[in-house]
Design a binder for this molecule. Structure first.
Ligand SMILES: Nc1nc2c(ncn2[C@@H]2O[C@H](COP(=O)(O)OP(=O)(O)OP(=O)(O)O)[C@@H](O)[C@H]2O)c(=O)[nH]1
Ligand SMILES: [Mg+2]
Length: 257
């Protein structure tokens, strides 16, 4: 009961109570994505190795669902960011191959189709002879993973290490690419300037300036953007290790999810 109250408290305080959301945590390596994910999950500070593979955490109690995807921020991981919000074509191929495998396994192709159509199913027949049951199971599981991933993204939380000024240009480049991507058009962006506990970390104004967001943020507090066709975008400064700042950011974000 205590645990339930606690979870309810954390999610309610972040404005995520009774919401079902898919949120991507993006940002350069070392910006604090995994630290934030686990802070939200366990309210504990844990030292993590750099994330090598995409991970997701789902907090679900009653009708609260909050699924966060941490895709890692190093160079190679960044290449798959796009995959995780636009895997539709690959998924269609995957479904076609599995359908082909199953239909050819049941003799459907041999029995009911004419010669020309059978030719189209040739790749499926090749797959059938080269796959075993384990491979099929693996493909089906992968397919379910992908289905989870292509469910449209509700929000992006983009983390920036506010102390690492030398990497602001690199971070801006990645952020610009995300903001320009059609697949994420109109998706709300919460930009978190993290690590403000470190002396000489950038101020909010500096960060807005270096990320080129000075004239693009849409306003803190309750701002109704429903009819304006403007993407909600705002910068909040935070320190995950001190548990400060990101709560306001999530509360702001929750009004657009
Ligand atoms: N001082 C300070 N350090 C932080 C803060 N948040 C995270 N860190 C540290 O920053 C480092 C990187 O944190 P991670 O959460 O692993 O970063 P990441 O974005 O997941 O990095 P990749 O997995 O490589 O993409 C760790 O040493 C954290 O302890 C913060 O608020 N303040
Ligand atoms: Mg990580």
């Amino acid at each position: 009961m205590f645990l339930l109250d606690w979870f309810y408290g954390v999610l309610a305080s972040l404005g995520l109570w009774q919401k079902e959301a898919k949120i991507l945590f993006l940002g350069l390596d070392n910006s604090g994505k995994t630290t934030l994910l686990f802070m939200l999950k366990d309210e504990r500070l844990v030292q993590h190795q750099p994330t090598q593979y995409p991970t997701s955490e789902e907090l679900s109690i009653g009708n609260i669902k909050f699924k966060a995807f941490d895709l890692g921020g190093h160079q190679i991981a960044r290449r798959v960011w796009k995959d995780y919000y636009a895997k539709l074509i690959s998924l269609c191929l995957q479904v076609a191959i599995i359908f082909g495998y199953l239909s050819s396994s049941f003799g459907f192709v041999e029995l009911s189709l004419d010669c020309n159509t059978k030719f189209l199913f040739l790749p499926c027949l090749v797959v059938r002879t080269s796959w075993n049951l384990d491979m099929l199971t693996e493909q089906v599981l992968t397919m379910f993973d992908w289905i989870a991933f292509i469910i449209p993204v509700d929000a992006v939380v983009y983390l920036v290490d506010a102390y690492d000024k030398e990497r602001f240009a690199e971070s801006k480049q990645e952020l610009d690419a995300l903001l320009a991507d059609e697949a994420l058009a109109n998706v709300p962006f919460l930009v978190l300037g993290n690590k403000i506990d470190i002396p000489y970390a950038a101020s909010e104004e500096e960060l807005r300036y270096y990320l080129g967001l000075a004239n693009f943020t849409t306003g803190k507090g309750k701002v109704n953007l429903e009819d304006s066709n403007v993407r909600p975008l705002e910068v909040f400064m935070c320190s995950i290790v001190r548990k400060m700042g990101y709560g306001e950011g999530f509360r702001w974000l929750s009004q657009y999810i």
